[in-house]
Design a protein around this ligand. Structure first.
Ligand SMILES: [Zn+2]
Ligand SMILES: [Zn+2]
Length: 201
């Protein structure tokens, strides 16, 4: 049994025939996340296995933590458990002439250009591809991307969140307000509401 390494920059020589385990705890800042993306409760737990065969170095594992997100309905911050399955491949970046994957991508793109109707299907594969220089891998850029990709476009604190009253702004999860119930949304109703508010002001 080997003790997992605690580093975001594992050395390639440490990847033995049976692979290499890396476990560490990091902050969003350590992954290079911007201030608006770096919203977590406590650190992020990273567990990855590195495997080196003839081709690229394969990285598989998990990233766990608790993200703080703002609900788009009620605008309240809530804790969102984060669990991301990781898969990436690292290729050596040895110089301008030795970039087989880039050359291959170029060929694929050329083919695609000749047939403009062909749907783009290889985006995922290319997303998993990273480069390393020298004798260490840098896991941070890959982990940063995975954290960003894991963020929902429309975060909601819970499925049944009632949101805010469109008339008085009351958080309807906390209590009901006295506003008349909304019927089916109609542009005329919204317009009337705006006009009456404007008149009172
Ligand atoms: Zn909510
Ligand atoms: Zn209301």
């Amino acid at each position: 049994m080997t003790v997992p390494m605690e580093t975001l920059n594992p050395a390639i020589v440490d990847i033995g025939p049976e692979g290499l385990s890396v476990s560490c705890t990091v902050t969003g800042a350590q992954l290079g996340l911007s201030e608006s993306e770096d919203k977590f409760e406590g650190p992020l737990q990273i567990h990855v296995e590195l495997e080196k065969q003839d081709g690229p170095i394969a990285v598989t594992g998990t990233l766990e933590g608790t993200a703080i997100r703002q609900c788009v309905r009620c605008l309240v911050d809530y804790a969102d458990p984060l669990y991301v399955s990781l898969y990436a491949e690292y290729l050596p970046q040895t110089g301008v002439t030795a970039k087989p994957a880039v050359a291959e991508q170029g060929r694929k793109k050329a083919k695609r250009a000749a047939q403009p109707v062909e749907p783009i299907e290889e985006a995922d594969e290319e997303d998993e591809l990273y480069w390393f220089q020298g004798d260490h891998l840098d896991l941070a850029p890959m982990l940063r991307e995975q954290v960003i990709l894991a963020a929902p476009m429309q975060p909601v604190c819970r499925e049944e969140c009632l949101g805010l009253c469109s008339q008085c702004g009351q958080n309807l999860n906390e209590r009901r307000c006295g506003c008349p119930p909304e019927q089916a949304p109609s542009p005329f109703r919204v317009l009337r509401g705006r006009q009456s508010k404007g008149g009172n002001a």
